[in-house]
Design a protein around this ligand. Sequence first.
Ligand SMILES: [Zn+2]
Ligand SMILES: [Zn+2]
Length: 446
Amino acid sequence: MLLIKNGRVIDPASGTDARMDVWLDGQGIARIAPPGGPQDREKEESRRDAGAATLDAAGLIVAPGFIDLHCHLREPGGENSETIETGTRAAARGGFTAVCCMPNTRPVNDNASVTRGILERAAVAGSTRVWPIGAASAGSRGETLAEIAAMQKAGIVAVSDDGRPIATAKLLREVMEYCRSLDLPVIDHCEDPSLFAGASMREGRQSTRLGIMGMPAATESIAVCRDLQVAELTGCRFHVAHLSARGSLEQVRAAKQRGLRVSCEVTPHHFTLCDEDVGYDTHFKMNPPLAAAEDRAALLEGLADGTVDAIATDHAPHEPASKQVEFDHAPFGVTGLETALGLALELVHSGRISLPRMVELFTSGPARVLGRNRRIAAGEPADLTIFSADTSWTFHAQDSASKSRNSPFDGRQLSGAPMATIVDGRVVYLREESRLSQNNAGAAPH
Ligand SMILES: [Zn+2]
Ligand SMILES: [Zn+2]
């Protein structure tokens, strides 16, 4: 039994934003109620006697467990960059209770035995829940369908060929027709390969200045257009990964207005930085690349007005040596699990979005994309994220729990941080300088 008392509970699904106590019993939420009448104090004392633990969350936010719709855990096959153990530890430190891992591992997660292998490893070594995303096509090669139904039985929550787009409209149609019958969302890395080829950043004044070959924003928005039309044709749930361009966002907004089952995510690096921040530092190289300032302004509008459904990290770890090369030769991708909340809180502090809206983008928003619920209510799984909206700290990549260091936010001062991450009733992360006081055993940090 664990009591989280005096926190400000923000639960977007029920519209709750109030000071509440939350009782956890084993793996579930037992009760949620306004803090402490004398009856509750009595109950609390009797529980403490029975060995129950208390977390005092006064001054902190208690939110449903954060979900990251998009990350790369690299296992199997890329263990020099990340493992399920290190990636989910970084996730827990970032306040995430569940992470969806993309299938571009070696081997690719395109069949049930790879899916089961990931879930078995996660059960042993994972700090958070791991929800695998299966490949759309065999080997993500864009030729024939992957074993989608078998993977769904094994536990995938969506399909994607992330790392690359689903190759052709014809294949996308087959994938979407199949996934509609299975009620699985299709997530696409929207990109026109002919415009992408050879480029390392966004095309514009900055790419000209640096002499780095760029790709135009249309590289993404052309693909979004294709995908939306196929989604309309098939009626499949469709989700745009790491949306970065104004043209893409406007299409998603219009598609939602037409009633299509369409959703999208935006990454913290895309809403925080823009192409003018790119120099020759390979830690600023990712795909899609940092966009123009006007695109970032559009993303901020979409985050505020509800067009964007989720903040997702696209955490893409690369071992240090691979990034210590010329910009053109470096792999695309940045880490992001431990900085996501701090960067999202910058939007709250600057007044662009409200705190409940930010919580929605990490909880009920991504849950909805997957056709799930995320809320704080009796009987729900005890997955909670407790965070401070104002604790000041500096992110140092070298202190990250990730195996990799490729963050553009190394040395950035952030305001607000996860204080405790609870998965299945277990405290999997407790920040050292946490103001949470914890008594008794039963909830030892992992
Ligand atoms: Zn991608
Ligand atoms: Zn990705």
